[in-house]
Design a binder for this molecule. Structure first.
Ligand SMILES: Cc1cc2nc3c(=O)[nH]c(=O)nc-3n(C[C@H](O)[C@H](O)[C@H](O)COP(=O)(O)OP(=O)(O)OC[C@H]3O[C@@H](n4cnc5c(N)ncnc54)[C@H](O)[C@@H]3O)c2cc1C
Length: 400
């Protein structure tokens, strides 16, 4: 039977996320969003104090296995928490989601590699400082949506991994868009080992953030999610041991890439639902107080319709994502088509409805004194994050 009642544990952890979100994320993100220099967000203590508290509360390790110190939560529960964290601090939630990618992929692909587990998984799970945030680097200046272009042999990552005597040497540049790119303690790097295979010639490497030759650039100055660090990562003769290659090149590349986006797209969808809820709750409250033409604007049918349609979108997007998470819990990583469809739906709705919630507030909506304009700016990034909605739609449609 289908049951929409959250369990006692789910209610408790969502309540903890709400407390943390309201009291810590919301004020910090509101303040940091207004800092004009993107670099300054990550050099001050404000950002790091919040991330440290998120690590202490365990929001950094929800999906990691208990045997390594993680919380071992199921995909539906983690999804509920991502929605709640995004309701209050979408940029912080967008930081924590990719922040766990290195320990997550090692736990999944190389759980028996003691060195990798001891260096990158256990310290991450034990960390209370937030300094163990990680990142994944696939996109490059010349490789955006082409990361999914499996059949054109002329398309490949230009970051090259050459076999050396003890392992591999990496050279190349990853795009300005790498989430946590400038602040990560370790990276998953897709680098080309065999150019004749096109994009499938890439393997996935674990690279420590302090590896000699690894440098990062300035954070991107962008319209939304300004609390999410997105920076380019440069590799100049960076050496890694052979067994830091946790996924080889070859026909498995699409499988790994698709598994990552099956899980990642759900998380991005939950960010979209959290953002829509934030904008909706703010606009609903305003509409019941603001009086024009002799009555609260909520009583004007066209305003009520905007709020109603936003409510509909929140409920339908969430239900669709829960289905995706349920499939992911049943058989990891889940169903690619469902995850992509749910992400595309949720993020399209978020862009549409956050803009409409700005409209509900009229002139106040565009003022930075009110939070809705920020939700509208933040939502836009989600249609590009983890694959653009156009290319995800094409990929999912091919599976119909
Ligand atoms: C918030 C955010 C976080 C990100 N985090 C990371 C990260 O952690 N690591 C990482 O490696 N990258 C990351 N990225 C990069 C992201 O993966 C790329 O931005 C994305 O894949 C698109 O690539 P692009 O920006 O080069 O756009 P392009 O691929 O150049 O696309 C430009 C436009 O053309 C359209 N287009 C492209 N191909 C087709 C096609 N075949 N048919 C129809 N339309 C098409 C696209 O939909 C888009 O509208 C992030 C991006 C964002 C916005």
């Amino acid at each position: 039977m289908i049951d929409f009642e959250p369990s006692k544990t789910q209610k408790q952890i969502v309540a903890a996320a709400r407390d943390f979100g309201k009291n810590i994320l919301l004020p910090a993100e509101t303040e940091l969003d207004k800092i004009p220099d993107p670099q300054a967000v990550f050099t001050g203590n404000r950002f790091w104090d919040v991330i440290a508290e998120a690590f202490e509360l365990g929001f950094s390790k929800m999906a990691l296995p208990e045997k390594f110190g993680g919380m071992g939560l199921d995909p539906q529960t983690t999804g509920m928490v991502w929605e709640e964290l995004a309701r209050w601090g979408p940029g912080f939630a967008a930081t924590l989601i990719p922040g766990a990618v290195v320990p997550q992929l090692i736990s999944f692909l190389a759980p028996d590699n003691r060195e990798l587990v001891d260096k990158f998984v256990i310290p991450y799970c034990e960390d209370n400082s937030g300094r163990y945030l990680t990142a994944w680097c696939s996109s490059e200046p010349e490789v955006g949506s082409d990361g999914s272009n499996y059949n054109d042999l002329n398309v490949r990552h230009h970051t090259i991994a050459e076999q050396s005597t003890d392992g591999y040497m990496l050279n190349g540049t990853k795009s300005d868009f790498v989430s946590n790119g400038g602040i990560a303690s370790a990276y998953i790097v897709f680098a080309c080992i065999n150019p004749s295979l096109g994009i499938k010639g890439s393997g996935a490497f674990v690279v420590p953030g302090d590896a000699p030759g690894l440098k990062t650039g300035r954070p991107l100055d962008k319209i939304g999610l300004r609390v999410l660090n997105q920076s380019p990562v440069f590799f100049d003769r960076v050496e890694v041991p052979s067994d830091y290659l946790i996924f080889p090149c070859g026909d498995g590349y699409p499988m790994l890439h698709n598994a990552i986006i099956t899980v990642g797209n759900l998380a991005v969808g939950y960010l979209a639902v959290g953002l829509m809820r934030a904008a909706y709750e703010c606009a609903l409250e305003h509409s019941k107080k603001r009086v024009q033409w002799g009555k609260p604007i909520f009583q004007h049918a066209l305003i009520a319709q905007k709020l109603f349609e936003c409510f509909q979108a929140i409920e339908t997007a969430r239900a669709f994502l829960w289905k995706g998470s349920w499939l992911s819990g049943k058989c990891f990583p889940g169903d690619l088509k469902t995850s992509l469809a749910a992400k595309v739906y949720a993020t399209d709705q978020a862009v549409r409805h956050t803009a409409e919630m700005v409209q509900v507030l009229g002139g106040y909506g565009i003022s930075r004194e009110y939070p809705v304009e920020k939700y509208s700016r933040d939502a836009k990034l989600l249609k590009i994050m983890d694959g653009t909605n156009e290319t995800l739609l094409i990929k999912a449609a091919a599976l119909l």
